[in-house]
Design a protein around this ligand. Sequence first.
Ligand SMILES: NC(=O)c1ccc[n+]([C@@H]2O[C@H](COP(=O)([O-])OP(=O)(O)OC[C@H]3O[C@@H](n4cnc5c(N)ncnc54)[C@H](OP(=O)(O)O)[C@@H]3O)[C@@H](O)[C@H]2O)c1
Length: 354
Amino acid sequence: MRAMVTMGHGGLEQMVLHTDWPRPEPAPGEVLIKVAACGLNNTDVNTRSGWYSKTVTDATTGDAFEKVGEDDPTWGGNPITFPRIQGADICGEIVAVGAGVDSAHIGQRVITDGWLRDPNDPENMDKTGYYGSERDGGFAEYATTLAVNALPVKSNLSDAELATFSCSYSTAEGMLTRANVTDRDTVLVPGASGGVGGALVQLAKRRGARVIAMASEVKHPDVAKLGPDRILPRAPENLRAALGEEKVTVVADVVGGPYWPNLIDILERGGRYTCSGAIAGPMVEFDLRTFYLRDLTFTGSTVIDPQVMRNIVKYIETDQIKPALAATYPLEDLRDAQAAFIAKQHTGNIVVIP
Ligand SMILES: NC(=O)c1ccc[n+]([C@@H]2O[C@H](COP(=O)([O-])OP(=O)(O)OC[C@H]3O[C@@H](n4cnc5c(N)ncnc54)[C@H](OP(=O)(O)O)[C@@H]3O)[C@@H](O)[C@H]2O)c1
């Protein structure tokens, strides 16, 4: 089969197209999916570059880093093996099943839940892998996964549109769930033009919260289509003044970086900060006084409950959320697709078609 195979940690050149890669066979408890579309995510970029390693303190660049720790280069803090097919967000059709899986699944249109839980110990977060990291994913014509991770979806959306949801929207819903966001909250969303940020806007609105998005001004017309109540620039010099009378009770952040102290300073007493990423840089200046004197709560969010992704499917099927598809690329142009993804001139998600 055709597959884009990542050969090791490093730059875009590590992704190499193969036209005769062996088609995977579904093991017991697994399904084989014919991939119709597969979304791009920073997880793929960060795993390839080794950004997750504590030896890296820079923002995500998409390029190779000078030094990447050998012991902790992936999201879970462990090494992975290469060659590896990345890509977590598949939309496709089940075309075969492994032993123990009902053949009635064949023919189903599915999207994938990227969190690979140990079937014998599903509650154990330490035994969780990620699709395209700890096992091969969807940047190929075919992929296998655990049957429980292939979720049937009934929708009029295109394959590429359906391939935008899994990682971004489940991450966003996981953050909002951990921060207990309700209709009593005002939620500030930095990076609202991004995959997770755009999902945060829609999913916080779905909960009835007031939502204030932050994004580069050129992207404001596209961000407005996601339905926030207000949109601010990416990094106003005086965020308190830009917010006016708004009382921000939750900051839902995947940006971090040098601007980060401003996001914490504007939180109301008793406010919550929830975080799933640090695209502008992982090292931030943290004044502990702000944290304790204002009774703040911080929640990190990465490994999420399987119910979160089942809810995302329900929201898709009932038109409660919409895709933000920026562009599609053929699989053989995945390097160009990732270069465009990293350049961030777009709003929403980029998808490859095998
Ligand atoms: N924990 C998890 O499970 C999980 C899952 C998915 C993603 N993530 C992480 O979340 C972060 C964001 O992912 P994403 O897919 O939403 O990213 P994305 O689609 O690339 O969007 C990031 C947005 O951040 C904004 N931004 C603000 N300052 C920036 C800066 N200095 N450099 C780059 N972008 C900046 C950009 O918008 P403007 O130009 O409009 O400001 C951009 O649209 C990444 O670190 C990713 O690894 C984590």
